[in-house]
Write a protein that binds this ligand. Structure first.
Ligand code: 5GP
Ligand code: ZN
Length: 115
């Protein structure tokens, strides 16, 4: 059955994306509208609306997502200079795509607090 979720459709290859990494559980691809020189989205292949929708069964998957993101950041040459992870969640979090995703942002100095 065709999925209505944008990122599920990207995982399925129905919508093209610039793949950075893929395995059984995790898919990573370049953000279409980068806000930093490196801007990669890391997502679970399993659909979860956001991190607040994860439950105890997803504990290992969430761990894999972050560990994979760290390996991707290192492979992208960001380990030395540093980087930022962002997981926007829900309305106030600024989430616009309702499939859990971790942003890797790098290649420039980040500011704080976020907007
Ligand atoms: P959010 O605002 O939900 O945290 O982040 C969603 C991200 O998905 C945004 O940074 C946006 O640029 C990105 N995005 C939205 N549609 C597409 C798409 O079709 N392809 C890719 N590669 N990124 C997308
Ligand atoms: Zn989805």
């Amino acid at each position: 059955m065709a999925s209505a979720c944008l990122f599920c459709r990207i995982i399925a290859g129905e919508i093209p994306s610039s793949c950075v990494y893929s395995d059984e559980d995790v898919y990573a691809f370049n953000d279409i509208n980068p806000v930093a020189p490196r801007h990669i989205l890391v997502i679970p292949k399993k659909h979860l609306n956001n991190v607040a929708a994860a439950d105890a069964d997803d504990e290992a998957l969430l761990g894999r997502l972050i560990l994979k993101a760290s390996q991707i950041a290192a492979a992208e040459g960001l380990a030395g200079s540093g980087f930022r992870y962002v997981i926007n969640t829900g309305h106030d979090g600024g989430q616009t795509v309702h499939h859990l995703h971790l942003h890797i942002l790098g290649g420039r100095q980040m500011s704080w607090p976020p907007g």
